[in-house]
Design a protein around this ligand. Structure first.
Ligand code: RIB
Ligand code: CA
Length: 305
């Protein structure tokens, strides 16, 4: 079987962690590298959390740390993943900051031209910096799969903006302006696909990850309810990861998307042309639906391995 070579760009993050677990357990996926970015927590914490996950999942891919702030200034920090970014879990990994994520994305894509999928699970600063440093990169990336944006949904970080894009709108605009095939997994389908603690009963009792998932999900549900008013664990990044595992299970639509970088009230908004008339210049495959029960069953079956 030809494996799908991927780079996971991430700010672990409870849902990032579940995404990485799924990909680690999927035979058809070849993780070339994990690149970290600040967002859900500091770069120190997100990188340390990535090291914890690499050890937990016996991954042999390298971890390269990246952006500590957005293209235009400091990041605001996330709240729903706890202070360390992995609420509910304590570990002793410290985070080795190599600060070379952009350079390594360039190196890996140039080593495997037209073979690499970049999975963006945090602010897209690392990928944007890579593209700024090597403008030929977009023509050599196979596809970019992004968890982010809100097309038919209010934002989760402002009235209209989703967290990953809100943290670095300029980076997202740079990425969306490339000709590289892009897939967007936006807020609306994530909200329709919550994970509940009761779902974890589907996991076999001898599953190594079951107690860890339970420790992660329970406090995450409480924080999401407090800060985002939602019910259940919205495992945003796991849906984006699942697109790499089972793309046929998603309903999608081709849309043209622009990222607002100037609006006083709309900065970070993913603006889509939803008109049913006029000239169309779609630049993104947008996921519009996913069968929740199938996804959760598939996810937990994989994590039970
Ligand atoms: O808006 C949800 C996104 O922001 C997810 O990637 C979550 O991990 C946070 O990074
Ligand atoms: Ca994330």
């Amino acid at each position: 079987m030809t494996k799908q070579k991927i780079i996971i760009d991430t700010d672990p993050g409870v849902d990032d962690a579940i995404a990485i677990m799924l990909l680690a357990k999927t035979e058809s996926i070849d993780i070339q590298a994990i690149t970290t970015v600040a967002g859900n927590s500091s770069i120190q914490n997100t990188t340390a959390n990535a090291e914890y996950l690499k050890d937990l999942l016996s991954l042999n891919c390298p971890i390269y740390s990246g952006a500590t702030e957005s293209l235009t200034g400091p990041f605001i920090e996330g709240q729903v993943h706890g202070v360390t970014g992995l609420t509910g879990i304590t570990h002793s990994f410290q985070g080795n900051l190599t600060n070379n994520a952009a350079e390594k994305i360039i190196e890996i894509v140039n080593t495997f031209p037209n073979e690499i999928t970049v999975l963006c699970l945090g602010p897209q600063t690392n990928l944007a910096q890579a593209i700024q440093k090597d403008p030929t990169l977009p023509s050599k990336i196979k596809q970019i799969v992004i968890m982010g944006g809100a097309i038919q949904s209010p934002g989760n970080k402002s009235w209209v903006a989703e967290f990953n894009i809100f943290l670095d709108p300029e980076a997202a605009a740079n990425v969306f302006n490339t000709p590289t095939p892009k897939v967007l997994v936006p807020l609306e389908i994530c909200y329709k696909t919550p994970l509940f603690v009761t779902d974890l009963k589907q996991m076999t009792d001898d599953s190594k990850l079951k107690p860890i998932l339970t420790s992660l999900v329970m406090p995450y549900i409480k924080l999401l309810s407090q800060f985002e008013g939602v019910d259940g664990a919205i495992i945003y990044d796991a849906l984006a990861a699942y697109y790499l595992v089972n793309p046929a299970s998603f309903t999608t639509k081709e849309l043209e998307i622009k990222i607002e970088t100037k609006g006083e009230f709309t900065r970070g908004m993913s603006v889509a042309d939803l008109r049913t008339w006029g000239e169309k210049n779609p630049n993104t495959t947008v996921a519009t639906a996913l069968n929740r029960d199938l996804f959760i069953q598939d996810l937990l079956s994989s994590l039970s391995k």
